[in-house]
Design a binder for this molecule. Structure first.
Ligand SMILES: Nc1ncnc2c1ncn2[C@@H]1O[C@H](COP(=O)(O)OP(=O)(O)OP(=O)(O)O)[C@@H](O)[C@H]1O
Ligand SMILES: [Mg+2]
Length: 271
């Protein structure tokens, strides 16, 4: 792998996204250009409806743009079919959502293990990885608990464990602290910082300025356009360059891993 400065992990070129047709048409993204380097920690802010989640869905290969080009690790994902997209997504990306998206009446441990079940990771290995991920988020002793027996912050930490059990190079989080109190918010942010220091690229959508402040770079959207970008891939990341080499050694998880809480083929709904 080349150094991050020559090789943005995310290269977005004139991306547009139009939902619907005719009178009901919504131009959610109107020409986005971005480079994000391996190991950057990026916050995305902007008013409700400015296109943040739409952009994240495209970056995360959950949806495809209407126009423009998106290169993920140099690969033009607009040329991939649904299956190939799901493979890329599941190998490289861990998702975290505001509402946790845990499966109810299913233990924390099983929630973390499930994506690896879909991926046919052998039982002993997936149990080891699920436990390690739960320990990493400080919940090694709560694996038996059901989601409704855990606090919001703990549920989000289970969701983070699920996202990282597959060892993704990139974490995408859509308002991950939106439903949390300040203590839990702090815990989640600490976890993200740790993941970033390991060399993982972290992208967090947030409405909270103090959450955004923890990132090395702020991108602000308005009406489907980037109106502010404090960073440049060659300069502005937290621990990124030092960690870039380490990132190159983050082994991809096996093919076909299901993205956290997402059905494997959910990718292109809503176009
Ligand atoms: N599946 C969809 N079908 C039609 N329009 C959509 C769809 N998803 C989003 N939109 C529209 O696209 C625009 C951008 O939505 P998006 O969800 O990306 O905003 P956001 O910045 O994430 O907002 P919020 O902060 O409220 O989550 C909005 O006008 C929204 O109504
Ligand atoms: Mg949103």
């Amino acid at each position: 792998m080349t150094m991050s400065t020559e090789h943005p992990v995310i290269a977005v070129r004139d991306i547009t996204k139009i939902y619907g047709e005719g009178d009901t048409q919504v131009r959610a993204l109107r020409g986005i250009n971005l480079d994000i380097a391996v190991g950057e920690y990026v916050a995305i802010m902007g008013a409700s409806g400015s296109g943040k989640s739409t952009l994240m869905h495209i970056i995360g290969c959950l949806d495809v743009p209407t126009g423009g080009r998106y290169l993920l690790d140099g690969l033009d994902v607009s040329k991939l079919d649904d299956f190939a997209l799901s493979v890329v997504r599941n190998r490289k990306i861990g998702f975290v959502f505001q509402s946790f998206n845990l499966i109810p009446r299913t233990s924390a441990f099983s929630n973390v293990e499930l994506p690896m079940v879909y991926a046919n990771v052998p039982k002993a290995e997936r149990q080891e990885r699920a436990l390690a991920a739960l320990e990493k988020v400080g919940l090694g002793n709560r694996g038996d608990a059901f989601p409704n027996q855990l606090s919001g912050g703990q549920q989000q930490r289970v969701a983070i464990a699920r996202a990282i059990a597959t060892n993704p190079a990139m974490i995408l989080a859509d308002e991950p602290t939106g439903a949390l109190d300040s203590t839990s918010t702090g815990e989640v942010l600490e976890l993200f910082e740790g993941l970033n220091h390991e060399g993982r690229t972290v992208i967090v959508i947030t409405h909270e300025p103090d959450v955004a402040e923890r990132a090395g770079r702020l991108i602000r959207l308005r009406d489907g356009l980037v109106v502010e970008d404090t960073g440049h891939p060659s300069g502005a990341s937290v621990g990124a360059v030092a960690a870039a080499a380490a990132a190159a050694h983050i082994a991809p998880a096996g093919p076909g891993l299901s993205a956290a809480g997402l059905p494997r083929s959910s990718g292109r709904d809503g176009q």
